[in-house]
Write a protein that binds this ligand. Sequence first.
Ligand code: E4P
Length: 223
Amino acid sequence: MKIFLDTANLEDIEDGLRRGFPRGITTNPSILSKERKTDFSAHIQKIIDLLIKYDYDIPLSVEVFSADPKEMIAQAEQFVHSFGHYSNLNVKIPIGWNELQVIRELRNRGVNVNCAACMSFNQAAMDALAGANFVSLFYGRIRDGGDNPEQIVRQVHAVFKEWNIPSEIIVGSVRQPGDVAEAFQAGADIVTIQPKFFKQMVSHPKTDEVVNQFITDFKNWLS
Ligand code: E4P
């Protein structure tokens, strides 16, 4: 069970790294576009600098921002040139017929690939067989499309396990804290989560109640 940070926000990343739980970071072009406009490479390097500062060697996914396979390869090469010194760099390639060729090419060059935007078992199966290190199923968007994301994750997990497929299953597009347990129970290896959910995930009114009671009882005992 691994939780990744689904953000490019430097403050949120640092908050998470300080707390020890992140096992990876995923970004995508829309996530980056939410940040203050800046140099793309410089921003990714700042993320890597934080990983090094806090002594993490965890997967960092950076997504291509083209639909053209040749441009995808070129962008991936640029990522490796710019960020390849970070050993756990993963290039995110969305699933598609032409993209499978990009995935294979990058894997043949030893570049780690996170195949993104998967909405079905077949998409996950195809990119895993193409060699993707990670298969990213978009939970919320699968549900938006009228399918059952839990069932799809369960199918992918069962078949990957049966056939010893090494690709790790990432569940992204988390829309509520309840998706996290559901996805892990269905067999996700990794759930990548937006920082806005983390405080909710560790909070509970009964926790606050009992902790306050403990402190009050102890102070009364001391007085
Ligand atoms: C993670 O890798 C995905 O890019 C991300 O979770 C997608 O989230 P969204 O469906 O809310 O855009």
